[in-house]
Design a protein around this ligand. Structure first.
Ligand SMILES: [Fe+2]
Ligand SMILES: [Fe+2]
Length: 356
């Protein structure tokens, strides 16, 4: 935080609606094959799913997302780079929560007549994500900008993912979300002097929502043997882990300002989130990555450096030169990721057998 004279960096009078800068790291909006989803046989995980449904109905966070009086003050003293970094963080988080809401709501609506259990589950998850997105959007309002979520719904491009991919990727995004929120929360518990805005105090119960969502996706995934019994499922699992982790490393290192304001070392934070998420995924996925391999983080950090160099090119060059100059960097990033992907993974099913 910089102690220069208060100066809102965002135009308050215009009730500015944020336009999202699109790039490969921007959170996406998804659609899927609703018929296949409706026809999934969930019987193998019925007990687990019923237990999760009871928890979702109990709605433990019903009264959690209410802004208390600590929000009622001006935040104009947060200025410059710190302010921009925080607004960026709120924006990305709000878009990913809202993207979850839209997908869950649509799934609930489309499977309603054929799979009532799934429909109710998705409806209750959509309820949580709407609260999360709404809470973040109000926080953005404190900083002079809100997102027009209705406009976003109509004007975003939806990426199609088969339901199998949805199960892998949403499981991961819920669990990585859980770890991100709880690690920030625990850090600020130890360093309350860095809590520059009350939002972070809400993360402890908030992350429990994400954890529950992740557990629901784990049960859905385990109900489909082809998603963990086949050799293809091992390849897909590691592929999605790698894409989610690479995106995380690149995004965190693109926005180090936000973490520094919180007194968090971005590189350590990124590594802890990745290690924990990978470890958690052992319970759901048939195969995970070897994050302890000496090359694992070294290569991810190389990707992040190359990504930085590409963003410098983006800032300075005309369009056609940019594409040409960025190509070798992109190829090197793909090379590093491929080497991580081809490194021997950890066989979760074999571990499950030994535990039994
Ligand atoms: Fe959420
Ligand atoms: Fe969630």
């Amino acid at each position: 935080m910089v102690n220069s004279p208060p100066k809102p960096t965002v135009d308050l009078s215009a009730a500015k609606t944020k336009a999202i800068k699109e790039n490969i790291l921007t959170p996406r909006f998804y659609t899927t094959d609703f018929d296949t989803a409706a026809e999934m046989d969930l019987s193998a995980q019925d007990t687990e799913l019923q237990a999760m449904l009871a928890e979702m109905r109990a709605d433990y966070n019903r009264h959690h997302f209410v802004r208390d009086e600590s929000f009622n003050q001006s935040w104009d003293h947060i200025t410059g780079e710190a302010r921009q970094a925080f607004i960026d963080y709120l924006e990305r988080s709000c878009v990913s929560e809202f993207s979850g809401f839209l997908l869950f709501k649509e799934l609930s609506r489309k499977v309603k007549d054929r799979s009532p259990l799934l429909a109710e589950m998705f409806n209750l998850m959509a309820r949580d994500e709407a609260r999360h997105a709404g809470f973040l959007n109000k926080a953005m309002g404190d900083f002079g900008c809100t997102m027009d979520l209705a406009f976003l719904t109509k004007n975003r491009v939806y990426t199609f993912f088969p339901i199998e991919w949805v199960l892998y990727t949403v499981y991961l995004s819920e669990k990585i979300g859980y770890w991100r929120y709880i690690i920030i929360y625990r850090h600020l518990e130890k360093h309350p002097e860095n809590q520059f805005y009350p939002l972070f105090r809400y993360f402890e119960s908030w992350c429990q929502d994400e954890n529950r969502h992740g557990d629901i996706f784990k049960a859905l995934l385990r109900s489909q043997p082809k998603l963990w019994q086949t050799w293809q499922s091992k390849l897909w699992s590691r592929f999605f882990l790698l894409t989610v982790f690479a995106t995380h490393t690149l995004t965190v290192h693109e926005r180090t300002g936000f973490y520094k304001v919180l007194g968090i070392d971005p590189t350590e934070f990124d590594a802890e989130v990745i290690r924990k998420t990978n470890e958690t995924s052992l319970r759901a996925f048939p195969s995970v990555l070897d994050t302890e391999h000496p090359d694992f983080f070294r290569r991810l950090h190389r990707c992040s450096d190359l990504n930085w160099k590409m963003s410098e090119i983006d800032r300075t060059q005309p369009k056609w030169v940019k594409a040409l100059r960025k190509l070798p960097y992109q190829l090197r990033i793909v090379g590093h990721l491929l080497r991580i992907y081809l490194t021997k993974g950890i066989d979760a099913e074999a571990l499950r057998e030994t535990v039994r």
